[in-house]
Design a protein around this ligand. Structure first.
Ligand code: KG4
Ligand code: ZN
Length: 357
């Protein structure tokens, strides 16, 4: 019996310090041996958002303990780790540098290969942790910093089909939460508020709904929420606004996913079309249901990571590490931290005023 690869994954791109040990079973499917995530919510709460300097300090304080815990919980001996995979971008440079340097130092001292991982590729591959997912597939990445449709041809081979031209969906959730007086990070709490409200109470705008292919926009929605939030007096009105906001996001994602399905089919001739939804916002139950129903209608197979692996974690980083390890795609120890690192390096930058769709 061949020894199965054992990968240590490390994540520190934003406000989660995380480490995970991943291996695979006899069938070649990944097995998570440990997955430790330490959130910094309490550090940033009073500021209403992530403060880079504080986030970096917190990563420095915790990274060795979290990694030690991941190794101990996995039952693996440190010498048996075959490679170390760290997030190298995109993210906050002061935060990325912590996990990246730590991973490189471990690889160097253990004399094992080092693998630099794109955080977005981690999200893109996260459903592989619980399902037998094969390439190619259509990916909708919905996180705090990104909202994109990508055709995923193979490991490292991405074609962007559409992107937000302003805010990310998660950002819109967090900003709406802030306007409703919900503590940071408010996205998950909007889901709770929405469950108690009337989704048809407020009519909200859906920017570029009828144009721009599967590109998306959420800035106008946020401005409308801002205006209405100023007139809100009761708790019930807050619930209604949260529900109306969430319903509008669902409608935008539904319409744009439908367009993305057509664009994906034009460039991929596969027997089975698969739609993967990943990133923090993929934890939202209503959004999952709407997109699952769409997939049933359009004959796409819907695939989501488990809810606990939608947000930032190191198992998804180790997952990319495992695939790269098998292909011997190792990185040099001088691999830089890359604050901006698009999955589709050829896609044009589509943000800001004057964007032509
Ligand atoms: O993927 P992620 O953990 O971090 C980034 O890479 O950005 O995504 C975090 C985002 C935040 O904006 C958070 O509010 C949002 O995901 N989020 C949700 C839910 N859970 C997390 N948004 C809506 N509904 C949820 N249940
Ligand atoms: Zn993320």
């Amino acid at each position: 019996m061949n020894k199965k690869p054992i990968i240590l994954g490390i994540e520190s791109s934003c406000d989660e310090t995380a480490a995970s040990i991943l291996t695979e079973n006899e069938q070649g499917l990944p097995v998570i041996l440990s997955n430790i995530v330490s959130s910094q919510v309490d550090v940033h709460k009073e500021f209403g958002g992530v403060v880079p300097e504080l986030a970096a300090r917190s990563h420095i304080e915790k990274i060795d303990l979290i990694t030690k815990k991941a190794i101990n919980e996995s039952g693996v001996k440190i010498q048996d780790i075959d490679a170390i995979a760290s997030t190298a971008g995109p993210g906050l440079i002061v935060c990325l540098s912590v996990g990246l340097s730590f991973g490189k130092a471990m690889a160097s001292s253990l004399d094992k290969p080092f693998i630099a991982v794109n955080h977005l590729e981690g999200h893109a591959l996260s459903p592989k942790l619980n399902s037998n997912l094969n390439y190619p597939y259509l990916l909708l990445l919905i996180s705090g910093g990104h909202t994109q449709f990508l055709s995923v041809k193979d490991l490292g081979n991405y074609k962007r089909l559409g992107t937000t031209i302003d805010d990310a969906v998660g950002e819109a959730f967090d900003k709406t939460a802030k306007l409703l007086g919900i503590a940071f990070p408010g996205g998950p709490q909007i889901e709770v508020y929405a469950s108690k409200g009337d989704p048809n109470k407020y009519e909200l705008p859906k920017p570029i709904f009828h144009k721009g292919g599967c590109n998306l926009s959420f800035a106008g929605l946020k401005t409308a929420v801002l205006k209405i939030s100023k007139q809100i007096k009761t708790e019930q009105e807050k619930y209604d606004l949260a529900a109306s906001f969430q319903k509008t996001v669902e409608e935008i994602l539904l319409k744009k996913s439908k367009i993305a399905f057509e664009e994906f089919k034009k460039i991929n001739n596969t027997k089975k079309n698969v739609f993967v939804v990943a990133g923090g916002v993929a934890a939202n139950k209503n959004i999952r249901t709407v997109l699952e129903n769409l997939c049933a209608d359009e004959k796409f197979e819907a695939t989501f990571p488990p809810v606990n692996l939608c947000g930032d974690n190191a198992a998804m980083i180790a997952m990319v590490g495992l695939e790269k390890f098998k292909l011997k795609q190792f990185s040099k120890l001088d691999h830089p931290a890359r604050p901006r690192w698009p999955l589709d390096q050829n896609a044009v930058f589509l943000k800001g005023a004057g964007v032509k769709l």
